[in-house]
Design a protein around this ligand. Structure first.
Ligand code: ADP
Length: 502
């Protein structure tokens, strides 16, 4: 064993499995990543192979250890973070999945959800789970598997099956079936968990015909779950943390206090606000969810809002419009003009989320004049990411009754300085970008490190955030209001477009 020890973060995402080893100062020692297969068996259906999820994850873990030259003894603990809501059901005896993983994006259970809404479950689901009934969450996906895989329901009734989100599946495999558990944050995305009582909700389970024997134990995100079996990674390593990706990012950004907000600018954008002990009920269509923590019987909550198309609009400029060769090039074009020449783009390709909630809305470009150039178009697309984020933040401020002090950012598109400055300008708040934008993995590492005493307390962790870039708002209020007014008009156009003409 070397003199230095590390925390291993297992970061199991929607398109790739990654593993990062962090040292005591929170710096990355080594990292490995592997993409895996996406299956689209029908339109709107998305699946992963659970065994490929596990094998890719295991191989990157070994690779990260090898490239850092460390053995299991040098790893103080493992923290897991994962794509949320994705549903796996397996045989407890053999460990074999009985069906592919049904991925969070998969819409196959929309009918089950529509029926649920017709049957009047909307208010109850919101009250107990903090969510709105939707096919994204795990609940209806379990129902589908039990209804559609031969013999599954009978096996489940006999207690022979196990359901898990990806954290649970990984823990089961790391411990060779010794640990069957999930954490509060992952449980809070199943639409089966009462986020106030902190227990599985029997009434919802009964409605969805899900037996209790199929559900894992629920523990805090920072918790000693168990130990890896020696044969897996060459030694017995404590598994001491687990959290869904967005909650892990909130923790990794050190959003430990009430009112702290982070936004992850990826394909979509996920904005979460820590609301402390209070499960704030949104009047603006935001979700109420459990934040990651290390306490046994008490949790903290978060408000969550998402933007469906964020960085994806830049991919669209690159791959479909052929206006740029790389995502990062968008910055140069946007900065080459002073404004958008009055053009607004609303990239509501798949409808609009919070606070508008209209699934029929489609994208619009408005305000075109003969003077509009490609540069204006690119700038308007980047600005749309900031406007949409601003709309969610505004909804959060209303729900929480508090003005945002600082926005902490991460994710691929947060590398864009133009976007970050415009974001600061348009919400009138400073935007902080940490040096390490791997905040999701860092959050999982923090949870595991705090639980095992690798780090003493949150203060020690906060001290790691030494170098971060700050974007200060620098726009006159008059200009901001005028721009926002234009954006609201553009959104209205996207909504009107969704209406049928009588
Ligand atoms: P995900 O985890 O959702 O795959 P990432 O955090 O890896 O996303 O970010 C990738 C997204 O960020 C892509 O949609 C890409 O278009 C966008 N992106 C990456 N770099 C930039 C940049 N410099 N400017 C704007 N968008 C960017």
């Amino acid at each position: 064993m070397g003199t230095e020890s590390f925390i291993m973060a297992i970061d199991q995402g929607t398109t790739s499995s990654r593993c990062i080893l962090f040292d005591h100062s929170g710096k990355i020692r080594s990292m490995a990543q592997k993409e895996f297969t996406q299956y689209y068996p029908r339109s709107g259906w998305v699946e992963h192979d659970p065994k490929e999820i596990w094998s890719s994850q295991l191989s990157v873990a070994k690779e990260a250890m090898e490239s850092a030259g460390v053995s299991a003894d040098d790893i103080k603990a493992i923290g897991i973070t994962n794509q949320r809501e994705t549903t796996i059901v397996w045989d407890r005896k053999t460990g074999e999945p009985i069906y592919n993983a049904i991925v969070w994006q998969c819409r196959r259970t929309a009918d089950i959800i529509n029926k649920m809404i017709e049957d009047g479950w909307g208010a109850k689901i919101k009250e107990r789970t903090g969510l709105v009934p939707d096919a994204y969450f795990s609940g209806s996906k379990i129902t589908w598997i039990l209804d559609n895989v031969d013999g599954a329901r009978e096996k489940a009734e006999r207690g022979e099956l196990a359901f898990g989100t990806v954290d649970t599946w990984l823990m089961w495999n790391l411990t060779k079936g010794k640990v069957y558990a999930t954490d509060y944050t992952n449980a809070s995305r199943t639409m089966l968990f009462d986020i106030h009582k902190l227990e599985w909700d029997r009434e919802i389970m009964d409605y969805l015909k899900i037996p209790e024997s199929i559900l894992p134990e629920v523990k805090p995100s920072g918790f000693m779950y168990g130990y890896t079996e020696a044969e897996v990674l060459g030694g017995s390593i404590p598994i001491a943390g687990a959290a869904g990706d967005q909650q892990a990012a909130l923790f990794g950004q050190c959003c430990f206090s009430v009112g702290d907000v982070k936004n992850t600018y990826g394909t979509g954008s996920f904005i979460l606000m820590n609301t402390g002990d209070e499960a704030v009920k949104s009047g603006n269509g935001l979700l109420t969810t459990i934040a990651a923590g290390c306490q046994e019987d008490k949790v903290e909550y978060a408000l969550e809002g998402s933007v469906f198309v964020a960085g994806a609009s830049i991919q669209w400029l690159r791959d479909s419009m052929h206006m740029i060769d790389s995502a990062s090039e968008s910055q140069k074009f946007a900065e080459s003009v002073n404004d958008t020449s009055g053009v607004y783009i609303v990239p509501s390709f798949t409808g609009l989320g919070a606070p508008y909630w209209n699934q029929d809305a489609r994208g619009v470009v408005v305000g075109l004049t003969r003077g509009c150039t490609k540069e204006h178009f690119i700038r308007a697309t980047l600005e749309s990411i900031a406007y949409q984020t601003g709309d969610v933040i505004h909804a959060m401020e209303e729900d929480a009754g508090e003005k945002l002090k600082v926005l902490k950012v991460d994710g691929g598109a947060s590398a864009n300085d133009f976007l970050m400055q415009f974001q600061a300008d348009i919400v009138g708040t400073k935007v902080c970008r940490p040096e390490c934008i791997e905040t999701t993995a860092l959050g999982a590492a923090y949870l595991a490190g705090l639980t095992t005493g690798y780090w003493n307390d949150k203060e020690e962790i906060i001290a790691h955030r030494v170098s971060e870039q700050v974007f200060e708002p620098d726009m006159e209020e008059g200009e901001r209001n005028a721009l926002l007014k234009g954006w609201k008009k553009a959104v209205k156009c996207a909504l009107v477009w969704a209406e049928e003409l009588l």
